[in-house]
Design a binder for this molecule. Structure first.
Ligand code: PEP
Ligand code: MG
Length: 548
């Protein structure tokens, strides 16, 4: 891609609709960035070694704080993981390697650090022992921290973006997207991802256009080049002509006008021509998104994902911090119904300060409720907070990734215990507890789940991936995933019938419902409640009002 060539059009896959015009912001994981390497003279060795010693002390200090806060809010077992990382940096044999490498190679501190860690990581990777092998992730993590300290890089580079940024990255992790500077991000282009990936979900919930491309854009595009994203057709236009940018600006303002017209007429449930009422609630992760949902005329918050709140903290929030943060985020919802999902980590969703085992198949491992039941302190903190918030909001609790009815019963027992402990402050009892149906087992055994749950929420993002055996994150199997809707429809019909018979509410909250024709398919299965991206609510209410 030549630097001066104009109007270069790349056909990509849309992940989130809309038009964005902005400047490229190239984002690279620190481990994949080119870090300068230069030779030093003998007399500079002491200076460079001092830089390494300083970075080591800072990282040790960070790890110490992390280990203390995790031990306090979870258990000493989790805290000990960071303590072990810290002790490794205290080991003279290990730290001695930096001096040896520097004297042998006479190169700068960053390069020496990379070399020492790479050698160590290679040694671990070549071992037969799976447990030791899995420690390489820890080493990558420490290396990232060391490089950040050496380079003086702000960890949250994505939290303070230049104005009008279009982020271009190999991939964005959920932890990256959650800290995004929402005021200045205008669009996202990733080289790896799919419409069902969490980064795509977040882009849609922010109303930011996003694309996934097959091209190696990172190497080709210069920082701050003008980029247009057409999230409808999937086109990315690099370095557009003045006339092209003008056409897209006009389209942008036409879309804006149409949306504000729809928003003005959106309040109240949508009813089809024949009088069937459909509830459209919103998915949200943050205060801003709850505000957006309210402005877009949602009939409730059908899925509040708590991962965003956790990701905004530097270490595990304690009960008080979680209460304050969650209350603040839910405030704009006022009295409308809110469904808060307890923490759903595992799979691709990780918290930087919470060490997960390196599982061979994380999507089939300790995810969602499985992980919480293994870490009861983590779950209990959330239950206590939700019981308190239940006093002030119209709130119910949702469990992610359930597979067995006994998981729900175990949470019920915990709620009862927490209610007893808090009985002096709880006036309103009987918080409603629901489960997400997103595994084939729970979909097939819906009657058993209805006996232990107050309501049901079907998570099609995961249900499709598990039914089709096709990862939602992997573009190579996107064709399988895309065909999934027709394969899950018989399950949906069965769940809708079972819920009606049991007199319990049932909604669908996967991303697929953002598409009109998919929403219609679920309505035809008997579903009357949905939870979707806030910005789609005005369009879909208008669509429903025209249906027979
Ligand atoms: C789902 O799986 O459909 C869902 C809504 O949950 P998440 O996308 O957060 O996994
Ligand atoms: Mg899910």
């Amino acid at each position: 891609m030549s630097k001066n060539k104009q109007d270069i059009t790349l056909q990509c896959k849309p992940m989130s609709t809309g038009i964005a015009i902005g400047k490229a912001f190239i984002y690279r994981d620190i481990l994949t960035r080119d870090i300068s390497s230069y030779n030093i003279s003998e007399k500079n060795v002491t200076h460079e070694l001092r830089r390494i010693t300083k970075a080591l002390s800072s990282v040790k200090r960070d790890l110490y704080k992390l280990s203390r806060s995790v031990s306090h809010s979870m258990s000493s077992k989790e805290g000990s993981i960071f303590e072990a990382q810290r002790l490794m940096l205290d080991d003279n044999e290990f730290t001695g390697l930096f001096e040896t490498e520097m004297r042998n190679e006479l190169t700068n501190a960053e390069q020496v650090t990379k070399n020492v860690f790479r050698k160590y990581i290679n040694r671990f990777e070549n071992l037969e022992n799976e447990i030791i092998k899995s420690k390489t992730e820890d080493l990558h993590d420490i290396l990232r921290k060391m490089l950040r300290h050496l380079l003086g890089i702000d960890t949250n580079i994505l939290a303070r973006l230049p104005e009008n940024s279009i982020i271009i990255s190999r991939r964005l992790l959920p932890s990256d997207t959650i800290i995004l500077d929402r005021n200045h991000v205008k669009g996202i282009i990733v080289e790896e991802g799919s419409i069902h990936a969490h980064s795509a979900i977040i882009a849609r919930s922010l109303g930011i256009p996003a694309l996934v491309t097959n091209e190696k854009m990172l190497q080709e595009i210069q920082d701050r080049t003008t980029v247009i994203i057409d999230g409808f057709s999937g086109k990315a236009i690099i370095n557009p002509l003045y006339s092209t940018a003008g056409i897209y600006r006009n389209r942008q303002s036409a879309i804006g006008n149409e949306l504000s017209k729809k928003i003005r007429s959106v309040k109240g449930y949508a009813k089809t021509v024949s009088g069937r009422t459909i509830k459209l609630m919103a998915n949200a992760n943050t205060l801003q998104e709850v505000q957006n949902a309210e402005e877009c005329g949602c009939d409730g918050i059908g899925l509040f994902r708590t991962e965003g709140i956790y990701l905004q903290h530097k270490s595990l929030p304690d009960e008080e911090e979680l209460y304050v943060h969650l209350k603040n985020a839910l405030e704009p919802a006022g009295n409308i119904p809110i469904t808060v999902r307890v923490l759903d980590i595992g799979g691709d969703k990780r918290l930087p300060y919470f060490q997960l085992n390196n599982e061979v198949s994380p999507f089939l491992g300790l995810r969602g409720i499985r992980l919480l039941l293994r870490n009861p302190a983590l779950l209990k903190t959330q239950i206590n907070v939700l019981l308190k918030l239940h006093q002030e909001f119209n709130l119910r609790v949702l469990l992610p990734m359930v597979t067995l009815p006994e998981e729900v019963s175990a949470v019920y027992n915990m709620i009862e215990g927490c209610q007893k402990d808090l009985k002096h402050i709880l006036k309103k009892k009987n918080i409603r507890l629901g489960c997400m149906i997103e595994t084939p087992a729970s979909a097939l055994a819906i009657d058993e789940f209805l006996q232990v749950s107050d309501f049901i929420s079907i998570g099609t993002n995961d249900l499709i991936q598990y039914v089709m055996a096709a990862s939602r994150e992997n573009p190579d199997v996107a064709d399988y995933y895309e065909k999934g809707i027709d394969y899950i429809l018989p399950l949906i019909k069965n769940i809708a019938n079972a819920c009606k018979k049991a007199g319990k509410e049932c909604s669908v909250c996967g991303e697929i419902v953002n598409e009109e024709h998919c929403l219609k398919k679920f309505m035809d299965c008997g579903i009357d409640q949905f939870s979707i991206s806030a910005f789609r609510i005005p369009h879909l209410k208008a669509y429903i009002r025209e249906l027979k």
